[in-house]
Design a protein around this ligand. Structure first.
Ligand code: ADP
Ligand code: MG
Length: 623
């Protein structure tokens, strides 16, 4: 065989002809995973330690070094103040959100926080959750580049289905900081469903049960016409494998006999507990050593004891599942498949209990702690190379604006396939109104104070017109990542204002799940409140109009007529302070009747004014 020779300097570098690869990233609370797909075959990229999981833990050294992964996690024993874990819980959160979590977070918050952004004090540095997540993403990028032997610049990153605009924006910002272009943010349950190829199988309803280290999420997805709709989500932001570790640690410590322990020693026992738990997935029992100080004790743990310790937590997840299924108004039998996600679903107890609840064996052939990254990698390949498994996501919560009386007018409803653009027309409330303040909110409830405020802006320069004459078109656009842009335009003059909605804080997952639940539970009361508010707004509008008319044309009335109108108006005003909608409607009708004569007189006068100087034959022609 003849060797081929190329012109000097023409030898292609290895991989030169390969298009840069796009990776799929599951940026988890406890662990992160990165994977890549080629022709639909997915490879989970392993680190130097041979493991696919990368602990989502960062250790910041005194010397400015940054350590990510299992080694960083182990530093907890040596330098706990330098180690940050579970940063995902703070993504897109504001100071207000974090206050409610006080005590549950092991972080020192920076008191100089400003602009609503949370900052942490770690080893003398002040860091935002976005920066800390970026450090994890940098380690992921480096792992991928080492494994693929080439530059990696593009990624699909997964986020929980309940992540709001702020948390999604924060995730995207973190990726950008790490030098990764986010091709798409995909919902975690959707990615898991995709990994099982549920997109091209028959349409239907699927449950994704995700039990990780510190969080539990259950999502119901409906696959319809190539779109995954999130029908319902629920969960508990403080429920997971960590709770089982605690229960085992307490069991060991009880056997050992009470003794005061330092925080570091407790963490040490927890690590032994976690190891014991993970080993018992494959074995029926084993012996564990707890070494603290100069005392070393041996503890025997078998599967039955582990199951007994874990049962209350597993039961709690089942209870949440039942609630979500009930909220979504579906029957267990309607669910065509259950996907297991998260390391804790490896526990045999979890598998059997979930199978029992849903009445079917869950899908678990794909590693539950890798399945989300597998779906993300398939999506990354689809978005770069192209494939028919291209996925559409949906808006997680309805988006709308505040109208008079604090009522929410939804512009884009929940579960709309994205990208999507929708617009609605609004008008002015008062005569001569030249500016309109636009308040963008997210949520399912009817009233603004029960939804999340996302942004406010003002449309100025509306030409003065009579109330209700201006035409203001408010357009909402949600891009493929679920990020929102809002613009407003007065259509008769073209006056325009626009904001890319970039809130400095977001909803937390419990709040989100609660908002969804509340919207179902409170649908009826919300409607009552809405009707009452609408009646009040309507009555107020009439009063404003009557007042303006009295100022303009009050001379058309005699004292008695005027008195009657004023009494009727006063009656409505008194009732407006209360909540009796029927009474308000009746009084408002009475007020309309009382002003009928006045309205006719004004009309006559208006016609007379308009006709002044018009000749009779012209008028005939017009008639
Ligand atoms: P997250 O999604 O929160 O980042 P993971 O899905 O990686 O978390 O799950 C981490 C949890 O899974 C930890 O509590 C870990 O102890 C648990 N886990 C991992 N492997 C096993 C196993 N073999 N048996 C039981 N629990 C396990
Ligand atoms: Mg996870």
């Amino acid at each position: 065989m003849l060797l081929q020779l190329l012109e000097p300097g023409e030898t292609p570098a290895p991989h030169q002809n390969e298009a840069p690869r796009a990776i799929g990233i599951d940026l988890g609370t406890t662990n992160s995973v990165v994977a890549v797909a080629r022709d639909g075959v997915v490879e989970v990229l392993k680190g130097a330690d041979g493991r696919g999981l990368l602990a989502s833990v960062v250790c910041y050294g005194e010397d400015g070094s940054v350590l990510v992964g299992e080694d960083a996690r182990n530093q907890i024993l040596v330098a706990p103040d330098h180690v940050v874990g579970s940063i995902k819980r703070l993504m897109g959160r504001g100071l207000e959100d974090v206050k409610s979590l006080a005590g549950t977070l092991p972080y020192k918050m920076d008191s100089l926080a400003e602009g609503g952004m949370v900052r942490l004090n770690v080893a003398g540095r002040v860091l935002t959750p976005v920066e800390i997540s970026a450090d994890i993403l940098r380690a992921i990028k480096a792992r991928a580049e080492a494994a693929l032997d080439g530059a990696v610049e593009k990624a699909v990153v997964t986020v929980p289905a309940y992540f709001d605009d702020a948390a999604r924006t924060a995730t995207r910002d973190a990726a950008r900081l790490a030098g990764l272009e986010v091709l798409r943010l995909v919902n975690e349950p959707t990615a898991a469903a995709l990994a099982y190829g549920l997109d091209n199988s028959a349409e239907g309803l699927y449950a994704v049960y995700d039990l990780g280290g510190g969080t539990f999420d259950i999502s119901l997805l409906r696959m319809e016409k190539g779109v995954f709709q999130v029908k319902a989500t629920g969960g508990d932001a403080a429920l997971g494998g960590d709770d089982v570790d605690h229960a085992i640690a307490e069991h060991f410590l009880a056997e050992r006999g009470a003794e005061p322990l330092s925080a570091g020693e407790v963490k040490q026992v927890l690590m032994v507990a976690r190891l014991a738990k993970e080993c018992l997935t494959h074995s029926m029992g084993g012996e564990w050593m707890v070494d603290i100080g100069d005392r070393s004790t041996r503890h025997f743990l078998d599967r039955a004891t582990l199951d007994r310790l874990a049962l209350p937590f597993v039961e709690r997840t089942l209870e949440i599942c039942r609630g979500v299924v009930a909220d979504a108004e579906v029957e267990m039998e309607d669910i065509k498949g259950v996907v297991l996600v998260g390391g804790s679903t490896r526990m045999p107890l979890v598998r059997s209990k979930v199978a029992e609840l849903f009445g079917r064996e869950p899908l678990s052939d794909i590693n539950p702690d890798e399945v989300v990254a597998v779906g993300a990698a398939l999506q990354a390949e689809a978005l770069t190379v192209g494939s028919d498994t291209l996925l559409l996501d949906v808006t997680p919560l309805s988006l709308g604006i505040e109208t008079m009386g604090g009522i929410v007018e939804k512009v884009i409803p929940r579960n709309q396939p994205i990208p999507v653009g929708m617009a609605q027309e609004f008008t002015t409330y008062q005569d001569g109104q030249t500016a309109m303040s636009i308040h963008v909110v997210q949520g399912e409830r009817e009233m603004v104070d029960q939804c999340r405020s996302l942004a406010r802006f003002v449309l100025k320069g509306i030409p003065p017109m009579a109330a209700g004459a201006a035409r203001i078109r408010v357009a909402f656009t949600v891009d493929a990542d679920g990020l929102l842009t809002v613009s407003a335009r007065e259509t008769t003059t073209g006056t325009e204002a626009q904001v890319a909605v970039k809130p400095s804080y977001g909803l937390d997952e419990e709040e989100m799940a609660k908002m969804l639940r509340d919207s179902l539970e409170n649908a009826r009361t919300d409607m009552t409140v809405r009707l009452l508010t609408e009646s009040k707004v309507e009555a107020n509008r009439s009063i404003l109009a009557i007042r303006a008319a009295l100022v303009a044309d009050g001379d058309l009335l005699d004292a008695a007529e005027r008195g009657m109108i004023e009494t009727a108006v006063a009656k409505v005003e008194t009732l407006l302070a209360g909540t009796d909608r029927e009474a308000i409607l009746a009084a408002a009708e009475n007020m309309e009747n009382a002003t009928k004569g006045f309205a006719e007189k004004r009309m006559d006068q208006g016609i007379r004014k308009a006709l002044a100087g018009v000749s009779v034959d012209k008028l005939d022609g017009a008639l």
